[in-house]
Design a protein around this ligand. Structure first.
Ligand SMILES: Nc1ncnc2c1ncn2[C@@H]1O[C@H](COP(=O)(O)OP(=O)(O)O)[C@@H](O)[C@H]1O
Ligand SMILES: [Mg+2]
Length: 507
């Protein structure tokens, strides 16, 4: 009882201390010593804190990136025009905060929540700090619910669970952004709120993403946080942290959110740029020593919360770009070790028109298997085996033909699995259709079809399944595949192959 009173008293004391205005301290004035590419060296602000917002005499904002003995390294969040050596600068007394809440949905904003879509200011009533501690172990629960991407190669082989962090990694133009955007589009029928963060991307690339979501996706449940290649380095640095704060608002209210960081290679580059400009000691590949901690503390904020905290989740899809297949670079290996798995995209597969160009051998999902829908799991294992054997046989087949009929059958089977794994952009497959295709492949239903027939079959399949009253309950909850359901799904695939509109009707 006594201990409790003490805690209460302590809390009261803490509250009162925090309520005391910073007074003269908040009006502490400093002076700019030097300015260079987005950074100012400031003296005279002895009590400024890391991450505190500073106001320059032009009215523009910056924040404290590093504290040296008597000089502060301040990063600009606004154009620095007009700020020069001798300019005055003021503490705000406040750490950086961003608007949070539903008012951000359907908006394109900069990392401070300022509109970039020519709309009115965001009508948020709440703000939250951009740097927040990640949920601790007690606050977390196991990842048990799937986050469906609609991409068969991922949902079947590298299932992603709500609360997971799955890295998407590959060379330039191998479809990294396409996978993330297709995953957002696939949330049209789900309860997941999406946050797309563009870091250092070209404005045209960002516009394409926004337009795709506007045309085909859950635009009204998506937030775009944009710090493009021309934005201040400070904004590019801030973007992933600020966007995560916006995403956490949904997680912390029992909701489900998905955040895409496109991409963290560019974020690492701006972190290095700012570190070098502010004269922090460079380490490996000239990155400062805290680069691992930077991305670890960011991605730790993705989580599935415990039931006591509402059971919400934040799933993270960080993207990393690598040079010429080199997964062992400093930043890629850091990110691979932080994340719960990686989808590796291969330039060779992309060039050979196997798209999405997922490298089955190098990709992995370390927690999502437990979250995968039961029916999908029951057919995916067989497919993985059949396909792996096929890829191996295909290597050997190059050195000479196989006469063996069993070999030929395996090759035919594998080629058909390759064809169902191929998926264009904007062609999501719902779980029931994924199960139907994998069951059909396993049972040889596709073996006699021409490879070219499989694409059109997939296009027709979704509508056939959706029109079937007997499959309605399974579509809503694909957790178990009974023999009857399996037979019905195979009939749907046969109907799609024959060009019929439903599984019973005439051609
Ligand atoms: N599954 C796919 N099918 C067909 N084209 C694709 C597919 N995925 C990506 N593309 C195309 O490939 C190009 C590069 O994709 P993008 O996602 O921008 O690559 P990255 O983000 O890796 O640089 C784009 O023109 C995109 O439309
Ligand atoms: Mg991209």
């Amino acid at each position: 009882m006594k201990a409790r009173t003490d805690t209460a008293a302590l809390n009261e004391l803490r509250k009162r201390m925090l309520a005391v205005p910073l007074g003269p301290e908040a009006r502490e004035r400093g002076e700019v010593l030097a300015v260079s590419d987005g950074i100012a060296q400031v003296s005279g602000l002895a009590s400024a804190r890391m991450g505190e917002v500073l106001r320059f005499e032009t009215g523009k904002l910056g924040f404290v990136l590093a504290l040296d003995e008597d000089v502060i390294q301040a990063v600009f969040l606004d154009p620095m025009a007009g700020v020069e050596a001798g300019s005055a600068v003021e503490r705000s007394g406040a750490l950086m905060r961003v608007p949070v809440g539903e008012a951000l949905l359907g908006r394109v904003v900069d990392p401070l929540g300022r509109p970039l879509d020519a709309g009115p200011p965001v009508a948020a009533t709440e703000t939250a700090p951009v740097e927040r501690p990640a949920p601790g172990i007690i606050a977390r629960d196991f990842v048990t619910q799937p986050l469906n991407t609609g991409i068969l190669a991922i949902d079947a082989l590298f299932a992603i669970g709500r609360g997971q962090r799955e890295l998407i990694i590959g060379e330039r133009a191998t479809g990294k952004t396409a996978i993330a955007v297709d995953t957002i589009l696939n949330q049209r029928g789900s309860d997941v709120t999406c946050i797309y963060v563009a870091i250092g991307q070209r404005a045209t690339a960002v516009r394409r993403v926004i337009e795709a979501v506007r045309d085909k996706g859950p635009f009204a449940r998506t937030i775009f946080v944009v710090a493009s290649a021309t934005a201040e380095p400070g904004l590019r640095w801030l973007a992933p942290f600020a966007a995560t704060t916006m995403a956490e608002w949904f997680r912390d209210r029992g909701g489900h959110a998905l955040i895409v960081y496109d991409d963290l290679t560019r974020h690492a580059a701006v972190h290095r740029e700012l570190a070098l400009l502010s004269r922090q000691p460079p380490g490996r590949e000239a990155y400062p020593g805290d680069i691992f901690y930077l991305h670890a503390r960011l991605l730790e904020r993705a989580a599935r919360l415990s039931a006591g905290l509402g059971g919400g989740s934040l799933t993270a899809l960080p993207i990393a770009e690598i040079e010429t297949g080199n997964l062992s670079g400093y930043i890629p290996t850091n990110l691979i070790s932080i994340a719960d798995g990686q989808i590796v995209l291969s330039q060779a597969l992309f060039a050979a028109n196997q798209r999405p160009a997922v490298d089955i051998g190098l990709s992995v999902s370390r927690v999502g298997g437990k979250a995968q829908a039961g029916a999908l799991k029951s057919v995916a294992g067989r497919m993985r085996l059949d396909y792996a054997q096929y890829l191996e046989l295909r290597m050997f087949a190059r050195f000479g033909g196989f006469g063996d009929a069993a070999m030929k059958a395996r090759m035919a089977r594998g080629a058909r699995i390759g064809a169902i794994l191929a998926q264009g952009r904007f062609q999501p497959l719902e779980t029931a259709a994924q199960v139907a295709l994998l069951a059909a492949a396993a049972d040889g239903v596709l073996d006699d079809l021409a490879l070219e027939a499989i694409g059109p079959l997939k296009d027709r399949l979704g509508a056939i399944i959706a029109a079937d009253p007997a499959l309605k309950a399974f579509r809503d909850d694909p957790s178990a595949l009974t023999p009857e359901l399996r037979a019905a799904l195979l009939d749907c695939v046969r109907a799609a192959a024959a060009g019929r509109a439903d599984r019973k009707g005439a051609p």
